[in-house]
Design a protein around this ligand. Structure first.
Ligand code: IPM
Ligand code: MG
Length: 363
């Protein structure tokens, strides 16, 4: 059965990294007979330039018809002056909401070779393996009312609304408990229940769910403490589940622990396991098109695509093994050089070549 993969390279380094992930997927397709077809569409700033909208109808139609979507990155200084409702980032929020991609999985795994590239001491991060489960289609990112308006005295006020329905908390909670069951059996729910009512409800629902998962040890942590604990003793975490905004922030922290944000993949899934796969990093416009970007987060996102949307864990494992092998050979892009020396620094395309060669060697 053919699987339709939609490529949304987006802006900045997006096209650089998606091209390498496409090459890797094509090779994996040949080896494992995935029967993939690729289509491509505009997204973000390039879609604003081309079609006047960050998530144009033409892209939406292809996205709805595809089985999985691989996205690079969106945004850049060119579009920074646009009003909030017309910025490239809105395209990303629109596709997440349109396809109901409420479950965002952000694994932060330390490849042993990159310990010296981490901002923390190697002994704190050796063996790090955290899964952040971020709610992606609710909370303050989408709550109404929102806006900037004039008050009665003629000054401006800005406002957003952090809102979660019980059902939204329950569905992401279930997936997080399920994930913890398959891992080390520990789930930490992150909230700000000492201040925010919406997260008091979050905590209550997580507690209610835990009755169905006697084998999972549930703990709760305030988000400020969680940020501190992530840099103090990151290995205490197994699965972390949290709302949209806290998940955004904590996943950047977790990414840096693994050596570089250039290594972290993500999957955003709906209830049917249709998914959007993207690196956690941004569009890095300063290095776009210069063959400098690290394609590994996008290549690892392609592995997640195989695992979750194609249900092919053999292909997913194969890609992940190839990335590990490339790192163990000392191949590095500039962002993951670290301090241990002996690395051979290469560009985006050469890194893609190295992963493809490793796929062939490690069948
Ligand atoms: C992310 C990004 C996005 C977010 C931006 C680009 C809208 O930071 O995926 O983490 O805030 O969700
Ligand atoms: Mg982010």
């Amino acid at each position: 059965m053919t699987s339709r993969v939609l490529l949304l390279p987006g802006d900045g380094i997006g096209p650089d990294v998606v091209e390498q992930a496409r090459r890797v997927l094509t090779r994996v397709d040949n080896i494992h007979r995935l029967d993939l077809t690729f289509e491509q569409a505009l997204m973000g700033g390039s879609a604003i330039d081309g079609e006047g909208s960050p998530y144009p109808n033409s892209t939406r139609a292809l996205a709805r018809d595809s089985d999985a979507i691989l996205l690079g990155a969106v945004g850049g200084p060119k579009w920074d002056a646009l009003p909030a409702a017309h910025r490239p980032e809105r395209g990303l929020l629109a596709i997440r909401s349109d396809l109901d991609l409420f479950c965002n999985l952000r694994p932060a795994i330390l490849f042993p070779e990159l310990a010296s590239a981490s901002s923390l001491h190697s002994h704190l991060v050796a063996g790090l393996d955290i899964l952040i489960v971020r709610e992606l289609t609710g909370g303050i990112y989408f709550g109404e009312p929102r806006g900037v308006q004039l008050t009665e005295d003629g000054t401006r006020e800005g406002f957003n609304t952090d809102r979660y329905e019980e059902s939204e908390i329950r569905r992401i909670g279930r997936l997080a408990f399920d994930a913890a069951q398959k891992r080390d059996g520990r789930l930490c729910s992150v909230d700000k229940a000492n201040v925010l009512e919406v997260t008091m409800l979050w905590r209550e629902v997580m507690q209610e769910l835990s009755a169905d998962y006697p084998d999972v040890e549930l703990s709760h942590m305030y988000v400020d403490n969680a940020a501190m604990q992530l840099v103090k003793e990151p290995k205490q975490f197994d699965v972390v589940v949290t709302g949209n905004l806290f998940g955004d922030i904590l996943s950047d922290i977790a990414a840096m622990l693994t050596g570089s944000i250039g290594m972290l993949p993500s999957a955003s899934l709906n209830a049917d396991s249709k998914g959007l796969y993207e690196p956690v990093h941004g569009s890095a416009p300063d290095i776009a098109g210069q063959d400098l970007a690290n394609p590994l987060a996008t290549i690892l996102s392609a592995a997640m695509l195989c695992r979750y949307s194609l249900s092919n864990s053999v292909a997913a494992d194969h890609i992940e093994r190839a990335v590990a092998s490339v790192l163990s050979h000392g191949f590095r892009t500039g962002d993951i050089v670290g301090t241990d020396g002996g690395a051979s620094v290469m560009g985006t395309t050469a890194m893609g070549d190295a992963v493809i060669a490793a796929l062939d060697e490690n069948q």
